[in-house]
Design a protein around this ligand. Structure first.
Ligand code: NAD
Ligand code: MG
Length: 391
């Protein structure tokens, strides 16, 4: 039995992981669950169904409500950011699935690594913020960081059995998002509904907006740089609207190895949970005869400046990726609240990067400090644009 702790249990990745726990109930059991706490009924249902040893919720009030609705035997209940860290660190688990969204995942994910637990990583923002620190601690503690992100799982699979030194570069594929064919001039008036209409993947709101701006691919460049220890110029991006080729590795002899499959996050999640083994799944099979043509394009960084900004932040290093990520999180939240337009997301990130990001970040605490300061500053910039204070 593998014991799993799920950070972000109520999200798109968390719930998909729990479906796999149900499908492979002789193989996995739930040790801990963590979430924000905005849906106490759902969390109570998950507790009844999966009997975790402990539950951590960011929202303290939600913990009180959960205590009232759950009858004994109740899991141990933890609250607040420290509660999430304690869950990741102290609850015995073989794998911690890191699937919170955004910077909130940094300290709990670091706590899991420091405690020596294998991490199945979906929460790419943590690697963007602290990739150097996280991978160094993981190496020191002998902890495996197993990718859940479909592109990174693909690369991971294409690397198995090869020499790392023989890698020329990797090619991350991306669908191009809902605005791939929208003229640039129309993006300024794109609505939240337009941006949430992702062509191939069904995901949480933040990553869906990131997929529309192509910041998701930008974050994934940085994620890949750290997960696979590559130089920034070894990570390329190819637009592939069908989302069938999940990514590729090009070797020094010109041979390119790709991983293909239907677009179903269950596949990369299960591979991370059973690695190095595979399991048969009832998931839909890839039938290339029905898929039709597979096409590949160069990304348009003029239309999607977030991709360029992410690369700039990676090349600048130091605090720049932390600034990039924090500015993006605040700008995306403001867009989802309809306080700024779609193209303002990239403008705000560019402004934040122009103003800061040159300092060193030698510790996780330093990353958190830059994150907090950037959020404060970008909220100010949003308020100045939109009028009225941002929550
Ligand atoms: P989601 O919004 O569906 O779920 C996020 C989860 O995190 C929820 O359980 C929520 O309660 C929790 N959460 C959010 N903010 C929190 C906070 N401040 N403190 C504590 N908990 C908080 O997100 P998702 O789509 O499941 O994505 C999760 C992560 O996985 C993201 O980093 C995303 O980029 C990555 N990812 C997702 C997919 C996908 O298909 N959804 C694919 C690849 C990578
Ligand atoms: Mg991805």
């Amino acid at each position: 039995m593998k014991r799993l702790t799920l950070l972000g249990a109520t999200g798109s990745i968390g719930l998909r992981t729990l479906e796999l726990v149900s499908s492979f109930s002789e193989e996995f059991q739930v040790a801990g669950l963590a979430a924000r706490g905005s849906n106490v009924e759902l969390i109570a249902d998950l507790c009844r169904k999966y009997s975790p040893r402990a539950v951590a919720l960011l929202d303290t009030g939600a913990v009180d409500r959960l205590r009232r609705v759950l009858t004994a035997p109740r899991p141990e209940l933890l609250a607040g950011p420290d509660g999430l860290v304690a869950l990741a660190r102290d609850v015995e688990a073989d794998i911690v699935v890191s699937a919170l969204v955004g910077a909130a995942g940094l300290l709990p994910t670091m706590a899991a690594i420091l405690a020596g637990r294998t991490v199945a990583l979906a929460n790419k923002e943590t690697l963007v913020m602290a990739g150097s620190l996280m991978t160094a601690v993981a190496r020191r503690r002998g902890v495996a960081l197993l990718p859940v992100d479909s592109e990174h799982s693909a690369i991971f699979q294409c690397l198995v059995g090869h020499n790392r030194g023989d890698v020329h570069r990797i090619l991350l594929t991306g669908s191009g998002g809902p605005f791939r064919e929208t003229p640039k001039a129309r993006l300024a008036t794109a609505t939240v509904e337009d941006a949430l209409r992702h062509p191939t993947w069904k995901m949480g709101a933040k990553i869906t907006i990131d997929s529309a701006t192509l910041m998701n691919k930008g974050l994934e460049i940085i994620e890949a740089r750290w997960l696979f220890d590559l130089a920034p110029d070894q990570v390329s991006v190819v637009i592939h609207p069908q989302s069938i080729v999940h990514s590729m590795v090009e070797y020094i002899d010109g041979s390119v190895i790709a991983q293909l499959g239907v677009a179903d996050m269950g596949v990369p999640i299960l591979y991370a949970l059973t690695y190095p083994e595979r399991r048969p799944t009832p998931a839909a099979r890839l039938d290339l005869r029905r898929v039709g043509p597979l096409t590949f394009f160069e990304p348009d960084t003029d239309k999607f400046p977030c991709l360029r900004l992410a690369r700039t932040a990676l090349e600048r290093g130091r605090a720049a990726p932390v600034v990039l990520n924090a500015a993006n999180e605040i700008a995306v939240a403001a867009f989802l609240e309809r306080r700024i337009g779609f193209t303002a997301i990239a403008e705000l990130i560019e402004q934040a990067l122009a103003e800061s990001g040159t300092g060193e970040v030698a510790s996780v605490e330093a990353c958190v400090a830059v994150d907090v300061e950037t959020r404060r500053r970008v909220r100010e910039l949003v308020d100045a644009r939109a009028g009225g204070r941002m929550a």
